[in-house]
Design a protein around this ligand. Sequence first.
Ligand SMILES: Nc1ncnc2c1ncn2[C@@H]1O[C@H](COP(=O)(O)OP(=O)(O)O)[C@@H](O)[C@H]1O
Ligand SMILES: [Mg+2]
Length: 371
Amino acid sequence: MNKQINIALFFGGKISQHLVLLRKAAKKLGVRLDLVSYNRVCFDTENLEVKIRGNLNNNEGRIQGSARTLKNDGWLQIDDYDVLFFRTTGKHWEEVDLIVGSIQGSTHTPVVVDPIVKNGKPSMACKAYQMLALKKAGIEVPKTVYGSLWYLYEKMADSRHHILSVLTPSQRAQMIARGKMDDFESVINFEFPIIIKGSGGDRGTRVFKADNLKAMEKLVSKLRKSETEEGRRYMLQEYIPNDGDYRVLVLGKKVLGVMKRTQQQPGEFRNNYSAGGKVEVAQLPEEVLQLAVRAAAVCGLMVAGVDVMAKNPSGLRPAPLDKGASEGMSNNPKDYVILEVNKGPQFKGFMKATGIDVPAEIVKFLISLKK
Ligand SMILES: Nc1ncnc2c1ncn2[C@@H]1O[C@H](COP(=O)(O)OP(=O)(O)O)[C@@H](O)[C@H]1O
Ligand SMILES: [Mg+2]
């Protein structure tokens, strides 16, 4: 039965090990999964059809794993597929939109895996947008300010902020009562260290910490070029003290598993596996797993890696064990923040930590989506 299911997995750049694992898993499960490079997508104004270019008798033109399924004219029809899974969309929204637009209204409409791809806009995949959408949905995130780097710097440099931060609670209360706080009440909790995070970053590559105003100034000056010349956007975040964070792998409405990541290297604050974080299998209370599932849905993602951090790891209330909570952990979702929701997450570290056959589970999930 599975043999009748055709999955297209679109990717940019080189074929990664993750993609190879997904293709192998599909083969084992007896379904066709084609790895289709975004470079293969084309159309012309004469017949207006968006198609996937096929075998051009060289490696560049090959559609991995599907050469024998090509039509005589060497093209692949997008609506021949049942499920379309778009990875590495970051630099390829143009091709993604062409493909998604081309299947609208066709008789056999393939399922597009992530709602954000079908109904969303590229900006919705950015971290800043996620912070806003999650907070609006009642899900806790680190306190975040979005704006130009100089604006973020000024937020912290504002002398009134410094004055306020050295006041005692009763002095602050007096200032509030006298209406002297203006909008500074909202920044009062931004004390150093702070995080500066690229809205479009990935795998810890655009997450920075500054311990004081001087360090922040240096950081901002360094990042300014990427803001002005590459159009990168940044946000300021409160730094959440932590002893690691959690990666929850979500498939649709289910949690596949959880791993904890803990930074080992002195002087490194990021817990990412790719930044040297130690990974181990972990458990989270059911309420927190549900939080991760909801966060993925709010961000329009079906296959998602949700980064969760406990807000106050040392002071957590023990949760009742009969609710399946992990010992010593709060089961109150308000005690956790969502750092980001990753689309098409990496899973090497996750497999190592949990022993779960992630590619097989992802392919099974993709199969389950067929209408
Ligand atoms: N507000 C924060 N407070 C403390 N640590 C943070 C904060 N934001 C990110 N980090 C650390 O940096 C890592 C990477 O941040 P994240 O937002 O997941 O971006 P990405 O993984 O895409 O680079 C996190 O896993 C965490 O260890
Ligand atoms: Mg992350």
